[in-house]
Design a protein around this ligand. Structure first.
Ligand code: 1GP
Length: 236
C-alpha cells in the first residue's frame, strides 16, 4: 500500500517514450523539492523497450520509490521497488484480466518486489484514449457511477488492494468527482485516480472526493512548473 498513513499522495507517471534522461535530469530537483511520493513507469504502448533504463536512472538519481505501471508483460523490470499489478476489471478482455498476468508471473516472482494487486478501471473521458484503443475494451460511462461502484466492489471482493480510476493519459476530462465519491463510499481499499488532471483545483477535487493517490503524467511533461503547485495542493 502506498497511502498507508492517510496522507494524500502524488504519483508522477513517466512514459519512457516521452521523457528523455536529459529532461528528467532537469526536473529531478523539482520532483524532490515537491516531495513527489512515487514514480510510476510504463505506458499502454512503447516504441522503445526502455522501461528498465528509465527505472534504473530514477533509482540512481532520487530516493523516491519507483513502481511499474505496465501496459503489458514486456514492461516488468526487477530494479523497480514494486508494481501495480493491473487487472483491467472494467473491460471484458481476458488477456488483460488474467492472460498477461499469467505470462508475467514468473518474472514478477523473481523480481521479489512489492506487488499491489490493482483493479484497473477505465472511465470514459469523451474521446478515445490510447489505453482504450490498445486494450480493446469499452470504458465505463462517466455518468454511470453505479457500474463503477459495482466493478470496484467486485475488485475489492476478489482481493485487490487498490482500485485505479483511469480517464486515460491526456484525457479531455478527468474522472468526475461524483464517480470517485460513489466508489469511495463503497470500498475500503486505496483509490488511485489519473488521466487528464492538469490543475491544482482538479487534483483537490479528486482528493476531496476520496482519491488517495493522484497520478499525473501529461501535464508535468508539458508544464514542469505545475509540479510544485499541484504537489502542494495535494499534500495540504
Ligand atoms: C495515465 O492516469 C495516467 O495512465 C496519467 O494521465 O497523462 O493525463 O496525466 P495523464
Amino acid at each position: 500500500m502506498i497511502s498507508s498513513n492517510n496522507r494524500k499522495k502524488l504519483a508522477v507517471l513517466i512514459d519512457p517514450d516521452k521523457t528523455s534522461k536529459e529532461q528528467l535530469q532537469i526536473v529531478f530537483e523539482i520532483y524532490i523539492r515537491a516531495k513527489v511520493d512515487v514514480f510510476l513507469v510504463g505506458s499502454s504502448l512503447l516504441l522503445r523497450n526502455s522501461v528498465c533504463e528509465v527505472v534504473e536512472f530514477l533509482k540512481q538519481n532520487t530516493t523516491i520509490p519507483v513502481y511499474l505501471f505496465p501496459g503489458n508483460i514486456m514492461q516488468v523490470c526487477s530494479k523497480a521497488d514494486g508494481i501495480l499489478l493491473l487487472s483491467l476489471i472494467s473491460g471484458r478482455n481476458p488477456e488483460l484480466l488474467i492472460g498477461q498476468q499469467v505470462l508475467a508471473a514468473p518474472s514478477i516472482k523473481a523480481a521479489n518486489f512489492d506487488v499491489i494487486p490493482t483493479g484497473y478501471m477505465l472511465i470514459d473521458s469523451g474521446k478515445t484514449t490510447s489505453v482504450e484503443y490498445m486494450s480493446n475494451t469499452k470504458p465505463i460511462p462517466s455518468d454511470k457511477p453505479d457500474i463503477a461502484v459495482c466493478t470496484a466492489m467486485a475488485g475489492e471482493q476478489l482481493g485487490m488492494k487498490a482500485v485505479y480510476l483511469e480517464a486515460g493519459s491526456g484525457a479531455k476530462k478527468p474522472v468526475p468527482a461524483e464517480l470517485i465519491a460513489a466508489v469511495r463510499d463503497s470500498i475500503e481499499v486505496e483509490i488511485w485516480v489519473g488521466g487528464g488532471i492538469k490543475t491544482p483545483q482538479a487534483a483537490i477535487e479528486a482528493c476531496n472526493a476520496g482519491a488517495d493517490v493522484i497520478v499525473i503524467g501529461t501535464a508535468f511533461e508539458q508544464s514542469p512548473e505545475l509540479i510544485e503547485k499541484i504537489a502542494t495542493a495535494i499534500h495540504q
